[in-house]
Design a protein around this ligand. Structure first.
Ligand code: TEU
Ligand code: CA
Length: 540
């Protein structure tokens, strides 16, 4: 089966299931839930970082790429998890954080101690540039007592690696071979479009300096080297690159098969349509016209140029899409299905973030005390410094914090939602008694809907392989597209609002069949009225 027919499920290990009652999720917990994932029908599970790490950025600050974080378990636990997954026909994708390492990594420590070899592993300069770290503040920090500075595009405990050094590349390629030898079948590469820094680094006032280090031409060369030296030798491997602040043009280059870089890319433009002036720590209702334009641009251009998208609404860095795009007080279930259809029937490989399949919501915390993410804490302080009241700053954090999606998985309505028997590392969401796996499996319909979508992708080549064209691009409420493959077509219509709207269906689909939808459809008529958040796919 090709990656076009597969569906990938993301697990945030800290928050999936705690089996040794320390309040933190672990590998045996993930192993235990393999039958649940099999029931859902996903093909591959992406684990956010499980490696040794001081956890300043929840594991995205890696201190040893080939050691398991003891909080999560042992290497034996990992091997057991792999075996249990494979038994269910599920493959494992690991998260490779190759742009930077924790400053606790042996390489950085040796560099600090004065070893020249390891100093060349990092990006050291006599003068910092004006670039702003993605987690706030300047992107350079003093390198010990040397008077020099090291680059950290993220937290100051995450030092950027010098990919121009062939020894660094070989170290990283070795890491990939290590995990491939264990049977890992997929890699998700963290912010991989930032690895190629220019030789001479220049100030850049635009967008906090992003254009100076993002999507640089040499990044493509590095990816080709990595592909050739490692996963490119195994046609079953699946690779996805997380692309920060990228363009469709670049993502076509990253994913066009004949370039031999990656299979697909994540981009975040569609999840910035509720950012005021492009700034995350603001609040604004989502801009539907912009969302559509982005989906259509990426959908058609990737389709025309043989690129491939990773399709997603949620991950561990994003507040829950339900809270952002749907009137959840009235239409949580219909809305969850509509959002799911909008991407699962599109051209690309769909990702499900844990809890999405049961319609989990943001936790609805009532105090700053409950937030733990370094990014949220920094942003809160910056909002106060900029003159916001505590209340106003809190409201913004509440809407935007990455902790929103990192709350423990809601398995049942027990005290700690079946995640643990002790207080978890991050407070459980307020809705856990109402929204949980046990209840969803018993009486819910969102999980079933996801099951159906996953099956359809495998049954209908037009879903996995068809082309993409926009449908009613100017409509103020509908996001729609047509997929085509040989003599078959699929029309997908999604009403993104709580108001009904009437449209004209194209002639060619009047004789078609409804493949899936969130309301019963009696007749496909030329004049068709869509209910609140209605989604419907017609196959002809
Ligand atoms: O995220 C990359 C990234 O660009 C994020 O910082 C994103 O912009 C931010 O979360 C939105 O507010 C990746 C990982 O997914 C994230 O968890 C890590 O913190 C980051 O890289 C550093 O490794
Ligand atoms: Ca645990």
């Amino acid at each position: 089966m090709s990656f076009k027919e597969k569906v990938i499920y993301q697990i945030y290990p800290k928050s999936f299931l705690d089996t040794n009652q320390d309040g933190v999720g672990d590998l045996p917990g993930i192993k235990q839930k393999m039958p649940y994932l099999k029931q859902l029908g996903v093909d591959m599970v992406w684990l956010s970082p499980i490696y040794s790490s001081p956890q300043k950025d929840n594991g995205y600050d890696v201190a040893d790429y080939t050691a398991i974080n003891p909080t999560f378990g042992t290497m034996e636990d990992f091997d057991n998890l792999m075996a249990a997954a494979n038994e269910q026909g599920i493959e494992i994708m690991l998260d490779m954080v190759f742009n930077h390492v924790s400053t606790e990594y042996e390489w950085f420590q040796k560099a600090l101690a004065g070893e020249k070899k390891y100093q060349d592993y990092f990006i050291l300069r006599d003068e910092p540039t004006d670039w702003v770290s993605k987690f706030g503040g300047n992107a350079w920090a003093p390198f010990g007592e040397t008077g020099r500075y090291y680059l950290h595009l993220f937290d100051k405990t995450q030092a950027d690696l010098n990919w121009r050094n062939p020894e660094v590349r070989e170290e990283l390629f070795k890491v990939l071979r290590f995990w491939m030898a264990k049977g890992v079948k997929g890699f998700r590469f963290d912010v991989i479009n930032l690895i190629g820094k220019d030789e001479v680094l220049k100030d850049c006032a635009e967008n906090d300096g992003k254009p100076a280090y993002t999507d640089r031409p040499i990044t493509h060369e590095f990816l080709q080297m990595m592909n050739q030296a490692t996963f490119g030798q195994d046609t079953e491997m699946i690779t996805v690159g997380e692309m920060s602040f990228t363009t469709v043009k670049e993502c076509i280059l990253y994913t066009k098969p004949d370039r031999e870089e990656l299979n697909m890319t994540f981009n975040f433009h569609h999840l910035k349509v509720d950012y005021k002036d492009g700034k995350k720590w603001t609040q604004m209702p989502f801009d539907f016209a912009k969302l559509k334009e982005l989906f259509h641009t990426w959908g058609t251009q990737m389709s025309e140029e043989s690129g491939w998208n990773a399709l997603f609404w949620n991950n561990h860095d994003q507040p829950r899409a339900l809270n952002r795009f749907i009137d959840v007080d009235n239409y949580r279930v219909a809305g969850a299905k509509m959002l799911a259809s909008a991407i699962h029937l599109s051209r690309g490989t769909p990702y499900i973030y844990m809890g999405e399949e049961i319609g989990m919501l943001d936790p609805d915390y009532d105090s700053m005390e409950q937030y733990v993410d370094v990014e949220s804490l920094n942003a809160y302080q910056e909002l106060l410094d900029a003159g916001k009241t505590e209340k106003a700053a809190f409201e913004i954090v509440k809407a935007k914090s990455r902790d929103n999606s990192r709350t423990p998985m809601q398995w049942d309505n027990e005290r700690y939602s079946g995640f643990s028997q002790v207080a978890p590392w991050l407070t459980i969401g307020r809705s856990a008694a109402e929204i949980n796996v046990a209840k969803e499996l018993q009486e819910g319909s969102i999980f079933k809907y996801y099951q159906q979508l996953i099956k359809l992708r495998k049954q209908y080549p037009v879903i996995s392989d068809g082309s993409y064209e926009a449908f009613l691009p100017e409509h103020p409420q509908i996001y729609g597209y047509v997929r085509r493959l040989a003599e078959h077509s699929l029309l997908v219509i999604n009403n993104f609002f709580a108001e009904e709207t009437t449209i004209e269906l194209p002639e060619e689909f009047l004789a078609g069949d409804v493949l899936i939808g969130n309301y019963a459809v009696e007749n496909i008529t030329r004049e068709f009225t869509l209910k609140p958040y209605q989604t419907m796919a017609i196959y002809y």
